[in-house]
Write a protein that binds this ligand. Structure first.
Ligand SMILES: [Fe+2]
Length: 411
């Protein structure tokens, strides 16, 4: 339970809450935190309030027994001005993020339109799809870390296939770059990954999106999608055989669980192996059944523990390294006890950029803060969706991320 404390009795180690003070009236980027420096005490006292609250359970000590002498507030330094300046820097960071997100959403729409054209057998759309795959691969590769978080955006049933295709294409290119493939393979990979599940368009939606376990004949039908995909593109001259191999081989595994049957894992190329890993990963973090959605961190652990032997282990190791210790989209608890979501990885993978859940800061005003730089905190542990309250999920969840930016635009 929170206790009231005079600002004259603050001490390093107290976990304080500025809950009665509007967030724009103080210089901090969050409304509750553990005091780590005496300078922070000066700043709290400089706000002009008589008391704040502290959380005895999250504090390392008790408040001072007697009032300390309060330093006069420096007239030359207006803390709120500093915050304003810093806010505008942070706003630019968020704007850059929003721009990449817009590009991602428009690419998803374009992918949707083009793939519908391909399904109708229009060859011109197939050429457009190749061009598009190359164009977005180079765009998103420039800003790999922001893009990684966009992979968590949710889609409706109708859009799911296109979002999934776009996610797999972008992530495959990133992994391809990590593995060191050449430009020509990169083009093949971008296009092949975009088209890898196109054969699913031939499977009735009621089977594809069935929430319960599939019957044996239904499963057999789903397993035919690589073959259907190859069939759909086979009349199109511009589609080369390596693209076809990605489509046909992306479910081949190092064991009997893969399909189509009778293809040895050793005989397939590097590109389908890349797509296989990314495809599995995207299905885990964007599972259609919300309760089964894994955080990026959990999904990587799952790939490593349950699927490593079935996939190319060397490529999987590259993938895990690429996504980092706290992959974007991970939910975590900071050492301050606050709940946050990783939005991107900076130079230090242990100190990522995060959005912090803070009831006193409106969601649309929540900034992207770099741990260790903007705030003196680090990740304590990764948490899962079920550890969060509904409120926290609403505020942070990647699934409501679009809401963030729509909100922030309207303000
Ligand atoms: Fe597939």
């Amino acid at each position: 339970m929170l206790k009231k404390v005079s600002v004259k009795r603050l001490k390093v180690g107290l976990h304080i809450h500025l809950k009665d003070i509007p967030w724009f009236k103080h210089s901090f980027f969050r409304s509750n935190f553990k005091i780590k420096k005496s300078q922070e005490i000066d700043e709290v006292q400089g706000i002009g309030c008589e008391y704040v609250y502290y959380d005895p359970q999250r504090s390392d000590c008790e408040p001072l027994q007697v009032d300390a002498k309060v330093k006069p507030v420096s007239k030359t330094v207006n803390r709120r001005d500093i915050k304003k300046k810093k806010s505008s820097e942070l706003r630019k960071r968020k704007d850059a993020y929003i721009n990449t997100e817009k590009k991602f959403l428009s690419s998803a729409k374009q992918a949707n339109r083009i793939m519908r054209g391909v399904l109708n057998g229009q060859i011109s759309f197939c050429e457009e799809a190749q061009e598009m795959a190359h164009e977005f691969a180079s765009f998103f590769l420039k800003d790999i870390h922001t893009t990684l978080n966009l992979i968590n955006l949710s889609a409706s049933d109708d859009e799911a296939l296109y979002f999934h295709s776009l996610n797999v294409s972008i992530l495959s290119c990133m992994l391809g770059r990590e593995v060191g493939i050449n430009d020509s393979d990169m083009h093949t990979l971008a296009f092949g990954a975009l088209m890898h599940d196109i054969g699913k368009a031939k499977i009735p939606k009621k089977i594809l999106y069935k929430p319960s376990v599939l019957t044996k004949p239904e499963l057999e039908m789903v397993k035919r999608h690589p073959l259907y995909g190859v069939g759909l593109l086979s009349g199109m001259k511009s589609v080369n055989k390596d693209v076809m191999k990605i489509i046909y081989h992306h479910h081949v595994r190092n064991g009997p669980s893969g399909y189509p049957e009778g293809i040895s894992f050793k005989s397939i190329g590097l590109l389908p192996k890349i797509v296989a890993i990314v495809d599995l990963y995207d299905n885990l973090i964007n599972h259609r059944v919300v309760e089964k959605v894994l955080t990026p961190h959990q999904a990587l652990a799952n790939l490593y523990k349950s699927n490593a032997k079935l996939l190319d282990e060397k490529i999987l190791a590259h993938f895990i390294r690429m996504l980092g210790v706290y992959p974007p989209g991970s939910l975590c608890e900071l050492d301050s006890g606050e709940i946050a979501m990783v939005v991107s990885i900076g130079d230090n993978p242990l100190l990522p950029d995060v959005i912090i859940y803070d009831q006193n800061i409106p969601k649309n005003e929540a900034m992207i803060l770099r741990l260790g730089a903007d705030i003196d905190s680090k990740v304590e542990r990764i948490v899962s969706r079920k550890d969060l309250t509904e409120d926290q999920l609403q505020y942070l969840s990647p699934k409501s991320k679009i809401g963030y930016y729509v909100d922030s635009k309207s303000n």
